[in-house]
Design a binder for this molecule. Structure first.
Ligand code: PMP
Length: 360
């Protein structure tokens, strides 16, 4: 068996150790004679798996008891509606910052429920930068301030946590969760689709300050009310049990790597290597203002778009997979989440060097 280096933006590569353990436990989880996939979510065994996963996540991310941790479904995209349904309360307006395609999707969905104020946008700069907070036109009566710490498609990442005054700060951390240390206490709510740094798809993790629970607007579907989920330990209905279990294995793996601080250092090193290489080459380019370049998603273009197909074919032949950029922006994108070993980045740089020599 040989494992490729998979640079997919999500579902993304998982730690090999995690997949091996899942294989080991596939038919018989710890002597139960069952796969986790076949277990009742109400069984003692699964409840223990679920609670351990939550505890490990709390430890890794530094989540205090002031917050509830929810394991929901419907992907990060469902959160685009769930957030306004729950957080608007008596208010009607919310502030959003527009830094790319995922911000725009969140804004479009929120507009179905709220008077959305785009407090700042870098659209005029082609989403290559993040507007300084001094320029943001936030409103003190906004129910919350929403932003996207890492734009997965554009490869644009905040290097700061915005100050939101007394307004709850809401973050779509789908592609940056657990990749570097973050002070959770600055946030009202964080959500993250699992399929990048957490586990397989089918799960979305929500971290919500407990005082924000219980304010869903009338008519909110039961399953979309965070309070329902919190009051029922994320088991109001059948949760995504296998994804939850695998996320738990990923959390254990992350702890064994030294946790989020250690991972952050590795991630910064991996990203810097790749950007440094791109910057020293005349053949490859990345348009993002260096300060805001994503540690997780590295988009790059070739000097001649006509060589894209050949580049991808050669990459595949070397088991460097899923480097094609998002259909909306073209070019290439290397997603280098926690589970992408540094050797994968080295292999990519070796290939890019060879390709440039031959075709550049
Ligand atoms: N937000 C961000 C930042 C994302 O990267 C993605 C998925 N790539 C989404 C939201 C949507 O996630 P999902 O497919 O889980 O709905």
């Amino acid at each position: 068996m040989s494992r490729a280096y998979n640079f997919c933006a999500g579902p993304a590569t998982l730690p090999e150790e995690v997949l091996r353990q899942a294989r080991e436990e596939m038919l018989d989880w710890q002597g139960t004679g069952m796969s986790v996939m076949e277990m009742s979510h109400r069984s003692d065994e699964f409840v223990a798996i679920a609670e351990t996963a939550e505890q490990d996540l709390r430890e890794l991310a530094g989540v205090s008891d002031d917050y509830a941790v929810l394991f929901m479904q419907g992907g990060a995209s469902s959160q685009f509606a769930t957030v306004p349904l729950n957080l608007l309360g008596e208010k009607s307006s919310a502030d959003y910052v527009n830094t790319g395609i995922w911000s725009k999707k969140a804004i479009a969905e929120a507009r179905r429920f709220a008077d959305v104020n785009v407090a700042a946008s870098s659209e005029a700069q082609g989403f290559t930068t993040i507007p300084g907070q001094a320029e943001w036109q936030t409103r003190p009566d906004a129910a919350y301030l929403h932003y996207t710490p890492n734009e997965t498609i554009g490869g644009l990442e905040y290097d700061f946590v915005p100050e939101s005054g007394g307004v709850p700060l809401v973050a779509d951390m789908s592609s940056t969760m657990l990749s570097r240390p973050v002070d959770i206490s600055k946030f009202g709510l964080i959500y993250a689709g699992a399929q990048k740094n957490i586990g397989p798809s089918g799960l979305v993790v929500v971290i919500i300050r407990k005082d924000l629970l219980g304010h869903a607007r009338p008519g909110t579907p039961t399953m979309l009310d965070y309070k329902t989920i919190a009051d029922n330990g994320s088991m109001y209905n059948t949760p995504a049990t296998y994804s939850w279990y695998l996320a738990g294995l990923v959390f254990k793996w992350l702890k064994a790597q030294g946790g989020v601080a250690a991972m952050g250092e590795i991630n910064q090193r991996k990203a810097r290597k790749l950007y440094d290489f791109i910057d020293t080459s005349d053949f490859y380019a990345n348009p993002i203002e260096p300060r805001f370049r994503s540690w997780m998603n590295v988009p790059f273009t070739l000097a001649d778009d006509g060589l894209n197909a050949e580049f991808l074919k050669g990459a595949e032949a070397r088991s460097l997979l899923n480097l094609k950029g998002h259909r909306s922006v073209g070019g290439m994108r290397a997603s280098i989440y926690n589970a992408m070993p540094e050797a994968g980045v080295d292999a990519l740089i070796d290939y890019m060097t060879a390709f440039e020599k031959e075709r550049g």
